[in-house]
Design a protein around this ligand. Structure first.
Ligand code: ADP
Ligand code: MG
Length: 693
């Protein structure tokens, strides 16, 4: 079958609905969605029957409410369609009630204290704006997941709330600017980086198995210094994997578009064509799931962790974000006419102000144990948030502040439109890869998120932040006598007041850290530094104002994320100890024994075994050093055993004490690795892992 024929073949999408639903039902359904209303019982029943018939014809036997708990991955519980027909047989049934709402035992999902233990029930509720699809033989229904008392236990609910918030706020502003748009949606294009390694080698390393990250590993003779992997020819074996993955994604309606090798050996990227935020979030989850599942079939292991290997780049997930109207306008597109320019500048400065005012939140939205290894490590944006606009756009904003007419350099033209709002061409400057938040022509690209992170969190934050500023703008403009003049003033003042966040230079340089400090920008280098600020008064007020998170929901999320941080470090520390004890020490001992025997034999023959004797000393010195570090880490990780209370303190302890002790243990181990004979070393080295054929 051709690609257009297989695309979306497993999705209950518009065309299937049009074909399968009566035109009355279809129209009523579309209307409910457009108006954001609840689905009536009879409508739900009609859709459920059509959905079930379609799914059963395609071989589905079960259905599931597919949701995204706060673990960051997806969850499903399968129910078959069977129902006894009373004569010893069964029929396949699925009701509107089952489609719309599910009850599930929420007790095993993290809730951060939201779900009191006496009330273990949780609800899942259909999100009809994201299509149902078939995975294997399961009909998957995208749902939100809430507690009995209505608190969000998932990532989708706040995202949907934030989409509603930005829709409302953006429409207020657009109305003032004379637009006839009736709906505004945030769009997301999530570029997904990942590592593929040989499954057999993977299975020999406990660190990769338990933590999806190598905790030991000496630097191999070659890493990424030749830049020969980025955009290089894809290995045949990898190409077959990518082709298989693409096909599966296409069947699920995921617009998989770009694939290429990344900077590090074994590192690759897949980017879809952007789509509406909640759909893009679902699709990214499916992409991650299928990346892992497909890897197994091809003898690979797919690692989505942010920093699986020291000495080479980690993996990120760039979130491209823009806003568009139902009339087909991208509000971040500079446009050609002065009116479009005015609209563009309004939305542009709203984003600038939002990011400046809530820098901390953007940092918080990407905080995790693994992403901490990336941010600021000269391979990914720093933990300081700043905006890259490019030279031309920055010059235009400068000229607006100065009240001067902007003169474009070179061949670029300009056309002064409404007062100070000039027309200009899309920015053509080199894109700055070191910036965490970069304007790239007609969208912003948020580059801090780690590869494993759900798109939902950062997107929810960006939507809410921008919605808030747009509301402020609307408040100001709605009361103005002369809107044009008020808008000009507003834009000028917003640029003036928020220029500190704009930085077009090298985000990787240490000078920037100093400079950012002078500018008063927030810098929370680690997850335990960042997370507690989620509950800062201004942040709670922001999210409550837009009904995105209640204070309780915020506090529960902080707790869950800190717990996850602590558990991650705990598992890592224990895996290191286990590998030291069971793998590394015994391996070194065997090699030492071999050397000692050789040296002894040589001595008996009257020969001075220089290499053996030297090596014996080196190895035993390093082993002693490692043993000391091992004992220290064993002591240090003990407090992590306590039942987790006071997460904040324990997370800081992990960061300040456990992680440094892990580093101290790793050093001699890696040195030993480089000295011990290959056949003695107990697991594949970086060289073997990264340069498989
Ligand atoms: P690069 O690697 O150069 O950043 P890619 O082509 O890999 O670029 O990825 C760019 C991503 O941005 C794609 O997912 C693309 O669909 C998405 N994108 C393009 N335009 C928009 C837009 N207006 N809004 C959101 N995302 C967009
Ligand atoms: Mg990119």
């Amino acid at each position: 079958m051709s690609i257009p024929e297989i695309f979306g073949i497993d999705v209950f999408n518009e065309s299937v609905m049009q074909e399968r639903l009566s035109s009355d039902v279809y129209k009523a359904f579309k209307k409910t969605i457009e108006e954001g209303k609840h689905l009536g019982q009879s409508l739900a029943d009609a859709i459920a029957v059509a959905m079930k018939d379609w799914a059963v014809e395609k071989g589905a036997t079960h259905f599931t409410h597919w949701f995204q708990p706060m673990t960051g991955i997806t969850a499903e519980k399968h129910d078959s369609f069977i129902s006894p027909s009373g004569d010893g047989h069964v029929i396949m049934e699925f009701s509107g009630k089952e489609l719309i709402k599910g009850e599930t035992d929420a007790s095993s999902f993290p809730s951060g204290g939201l779900r009191a233990t006496f009330e273990a029930r949780g609800y899942t509720a259909w999100d009809p704006t994201s299509y149902a699809f078939i995975k294997g033989n399961i009909l998957c229904i995208p749902t939100a997941f809430c507690s009995y008392s209505g608190e969000a236990l998932d990532k989708r609910t706040p995202l949907l709330r934030s989409m509603e918030a930005i829709n409302k706020s953006a429409l207020r502003v657009l109305k003032i600017l004379g637009s006839d748009a009736a709906h505004v949606t945030p769009n997301i294009g999530a570029e997904q980086e990942y590592f593929l390694i040989d499954r057999e080698m993977y299975s020999k390393r406990k660190d990769l198995i338990y933590t999806a990250r190598s905790l030991y590993g000496a630097k191999p003779p070659k890493t990424q210094e030749l830049d020969d992997h980025y955009f290089g020819t894809v290995k045949t074996r990898v190409a077959a994997y990518m082709a298989d993955l693409d096909e599966q994604l296409w069947k699920l309606g995921v617009l998989a578009k770009t694939k290429h090798n990344e900077v590090a050996p074994c590192q690759h990227e897949l980017a879809p064509i952007f789509s509406v935020a909640n759909v893009a979030t679902d699709h990214n989850q499916l992409t991650m799931e299928l990346m892992k599942r497909t890897a197994r079939r091809h003898g690979f292991k797919c690692l989505l962790t942010e920093k699986p290997f020291e000495h080479v780049n980690g993996s990120g997930k760039h979130i491209n974000w823009s806003l568009s109207t139902d009339t087909g306008v991208n509000l971040l597109n500079p446009g050609k006419t002065p009116a479009e320019n005015a609209q563009f500048l309004t939305f542009l400065v709203a984003v600038i102000k939002g990011v400046n005012k809530y820098q901390d939140l953007l940092r918080i939205s990407v905080a995790s144990a693994n992403n901490d290894h990336r941010l600021g490590a000269s391979e990914a944006p720093p933990s300081i948030i700043s905006i890259f606009l490019g030279d031309e756009l920055t010059a235009i904003l400068d000229s607006i502040v100065k009240g001067e007419v902007y003169h474009a350099t070179g061949k670029q033209y300009m056309e002064v439109g409404v007062d100070i709002l000039p027309n200009f061409k899309k920015d053509t400057t080199d894109r700055n890869r070191t910036s965490p938040f970069a304007f790239t022509g007609n969208k912003f690209e948020f580059r801090s998120p780690g590869s494993k992170l759900s798109v939902a969190g950062p997107t929810t934050f960006i939507n809410t932040i921008v919605a808030d500023v747009l509301d402020e703008f609307a408040d100001e403009l709605e009361g103005a006598e002369d809107v044009k003049e008020a808008l000009n003033k507003l834009i000028k003042r917003t640029i003036e007041e928020n220029s500190a966040i704009i930085f077009n230079g090298d985000g990787y340089s240490s000078d920037w850290v100093e400079e950012a400090k002078k500018r008063g920008l927030v810098n929370y280098p680690s997850t335990p530094d960042a997370l507690p600020h989620f509950a800062d008064k201004k942040n709670v007020e922001l999210f409550e104002r837009h009904n995105v998170y209640s204070e309780t929901e915020i506090r529960s999320r902080i707790e869950i994320l800190l717990e996850e941080y602590i558990k991650t470090i705990k598992i890592e520390a224990r895996t290191m100890l286990d590998m030291a004890n069971k793998d590394i020490f015994p391996a070194v001992s065997s090699y030492v024994k071999e050397l000692a025997q050789t040296a002894k034999l040589a001595g008996e023959c009257g020969v001075n075994a220089e290499y053996e004797n030297d090596m014996l000393r080196k190895l035993t010195d390093l082993t002693s050093k490692m043993y000391k570090a091992y004992n220290e880490l064993s002591e240090i990780e003990k407090p992590l055993e306590q039942p987790i209370t006071g997460c904040e303190k324990l997370a800081k302890y992990c960061h300040d004490t456990v992680i440094p002790a892990m580093k101290v243990l790793r050093e001699p181990a890696d040195e030993l690795e480089s000295l011990v004979g290959q056949k003695y070393w107990p697991y594949p080295t970086y060289g073997e892992l990264l340069f498989y054929v």
